[in-house]
Design a protein around this ligand. Structure first.
Ligand code: AMP
Ligand code: GLY
Length: 414
């Protein structure tokens, strides 16, 4: 099977490796990819904001399967363009991608499907905004309705800050504050069936102890030793299956990866948000733990063939730590030289914001790379990830030192 993978981040590096390791994948092409991915796949420098360029490349290489990594091409409708040409694609249609593209749409579908989420109001005027803020009270949760590249959500005790953010958005969702640990749980769907993956936890703040600004994610781990033992079944029944049934009933079936961002509150599981693609950096811990061959799995999802498939996992743990460039997330510095990578057993380095120049690897983005350690438990996985990342140097760069720390302590207490 010839596969085209679209994207260039650490998520795509991990997905690419998973696809490449499945013997069913005979050739792997990536657009645009990065130097890490180029070690095992053929990279094509196209503009992935252009559906036409993605479609032309899929045709040129006669792809049997196209896997879309990031949300933007999905929200732009590239999956529809590919399906029209009878090319199998792992990724939702433009209509189904609105689950990530519009918070209001996601709320409507959850309401119709009976999926538990925060109570919310969609507001367009100052009066509506003020009424919504005052009806929920602090802490205020204010979300830009549309795609905002991770900058759309403000959670604050400061009413003025909440109001200012709300007024700066065209359409805004104001909702109830959800208190409880956050979990990322992904489902792989063919439009009818959905397979729940094991949960992961992502660290969104830039610095240790959840200090500093929100980021795309500074690290992740899986599994979660502290989570309720029925979290996968419970999320399947309460969230994933009803969403897939509702999307299908609306005539816009969801094919691809449904990312449920959950809060485990005292009153039960609540959905914080949906994304319509694999999470980054959660993918960098889930793919190394997944035993089920990835190319075959995603092909089955793309061709209505998931019924009877079960996911198999390694009985191990994984921890990934992001190396961020100086200034990330507000003003990341590019151009710094990255030292050679260590070669350590059970450690994988996934590149993201890197490029190759005459001398070697240089940083080109905020999240430069992620280092994943796999081990018998979180403590071992953590030790390996941190041994790996501590041996990579990039001037001014930083990483969190507490990824999976509390969970590994909790695990020892079990
Ligand atoms: P999102 O872009 O929807 O993932 O939101 C970014 C972050 O804001 C989430 O990971 C949460 O930490 C926080 N957040 C979003 N919605 C809520 C909520 N209703 N209650 C508490 N925190 C929230
Ligand atoms: N890990 C957060 C995201 O992928 O959106």
């Amino acid at each position: 099977m010839k596969i085209l993978l679209v994207g260039s981040g650490g998520r795509e590096h991990a997905l690419g490796l998973g696809l490449h390791q499945d013997p069913a994948c005979t050739s792997l092409h990536v657009a645009p990819g990065n130097p890490g991915i180029a070690e095992f796949a053929q990279c094509h420098a196209i503009d992935i904001t252009s559906n036409a360029q993605i479609v032309a490349l899929a045709q040129e290489i006669a792809a049997d399967l196209v896997v879309i990594g990031p949300e933007l091409p999905l929200v732009n409708g590239v999956a529809d363009d590919l399906r029209r040409l009878k090319i199998a694609v792992f990724g939702p249609s433009k209509a189904a991608a609105q689950l990530e593209g519009s918070k209001t749409f996601a709320k409507e579908v959850m309401s119709d499907a009976g999926v538990p989420t925060a109570h919310s109001f969609t507001c367009e005027s100052k009066g509506e905004i003020e009424r919504a803020l005052d009806s929920f009270g602090a802490p205020y949760v204010v979300k830009d309705d549309g795609l905002a590249g991770g900058k759309g959500v403000v959670v604050t005790h400061n009413r003025q800050e909440a109001l200012d953010h709300a007024l700066a958005c065209k359409r805004v969702v104001i909702e109830e504050y959800l208190n409880g640990p956050e979990v990322s749980l992904f489902g792989i769907s063919d439009g009818v069936s959905i397979l729940a993956m094991q949960p992961a936890q992502d660290f969104k703040r830039a610095h240790d102890n959840d200090q500093g600004p929100n980021t795309g994610g500074m690290g992740a781990y899986s599994p979660l030793p502290w989570a309720p033992s029925d979290i996968i079944d419970d999320t399947y029944k309460q969230v994933l299956a009803p969403m897939i049934a509702e999307m299908s009933a609306r005539g816009t079936p969801f094919v691809g990866l449904l990312y449920a961002g959950l809060a485990l509150t005292d009153h039960g599981t609540r959905v914080i948000e949906f994304n319509v693609r694999f999470g980054d950096p959660e993918t960098q811990v889930l793919i190394p733990l997944l035993k089920t061959p990835l190319a075959t799995l995603l092909y089955k999802a793309a061709t209505a063939g998931l019924a009877d498939t079960v996911l198999e996992w390694r009985d191990e743990s994984a921890v990934t730590v992001v190396l961020a460039a100086e200034g990330y997330p507000s003003a990341p510095q590019s151009g710094g030289c990255i030292s050679a990578f260590p070669s350590i057993e059970h450690v994988q380095i996934f590149q993201a914001g890197t490029s190759q120049n005459g001398q070697g690897l240089v940083a080109t983005g905020g999240r430069v790379l992620t280092v994943t350690g796999v081990g018998g438990d979180l403590t071992e996985a953590r030790d390996r990830a941190y041994r790996g990342i501590s041996q990579i140097s990039l001037p001014g760069s930083f990483y969190r030192s507490d990824i999976a720390l509390n969970a590994s302590v909790a695990e020892k207490g079990n």
